[in-house]
Design a binder for this molecule. Sequence first.
Ligand SMILES: O=C(CO)COP(=O)(O)O
Length: 271
Amino acid sequence: MTSQTNGQFDRTPLIAGNWKMNMDHAQAITLLQKLAWTLDDAKHDYSRAEVAVFPPFTDLRSVQSLVDGDDLRVVYGAQDLSDKDSGAYTGDISGQFLAKLGCTYVLVGHSERRTIHGETDEQCNAKIGAAHRHGLVPVLCVGEGLEVRQAGEHVAFTLEQLRGSIAGLDAERVAELVVAYEPVWAIGTGEVAGPGDAQEMAAAIRAELAGLYDEATAAKTRILYGGSAKAANAGAILQGKDVDGVLVGGASLDAQEFASIARFEQHLVTD
Ligand SMILES: O=C(CO)COP(=O)(O)O
């Protein structure tokens, strides 16, 4: 490979930070300001890598004010949404509210929602529908647990989650969809799937989409890897030709580290 740049991607890489249940609204402002300054100082080119953060619901209004007020290029989304639009659903959040808060994206089916809250593929499918009703781009999370990986069934398992979650979607929606492959055993454990594992699954997901839809549609879907991603491994992970970004948990809470991931081109291995 010569003069490796992200010209290798025909899809704009997406570097996404899932803050999970961390950062109150005041802390969110500080973290986002620091992130934006760090990227500005580094003259980050957002057209080469889109940067998105996923703060808790209670931070979103503050994030919106900061992004609008300071004209930031960082975009943002929520970590979940209801599959309903309004009504007697105590504690749930409508995609309508998220759209009003300027969200671009919304995570759907994160493994912590699937395991802790028992979310099913059918519910993810309904949530994707809700996201679309309100103009939000869903970031669908899929991925296997350790036992499934050890049994060598990780590809079949993950593709089944994918099929169940996107059932009934038309090709146009699939083309704009973001799929995040997050093997559960690599989340928050320091255990990172190897770049080869990330590429293997991303290629399998893209091939599945090509089979369900067509090559042109599958070529547009962005596929991310998530699970203990950090600056030191982002370059290698993003070498995978089907890997279009990373969904970062812990390391996205450190502005310097996350900015460094967004500038992954510096870490790309060249030969
Ligand atoms: O779940 C994740 C992002 O959604 C990954 O979390 P970590 O990066 O902390 O492993």
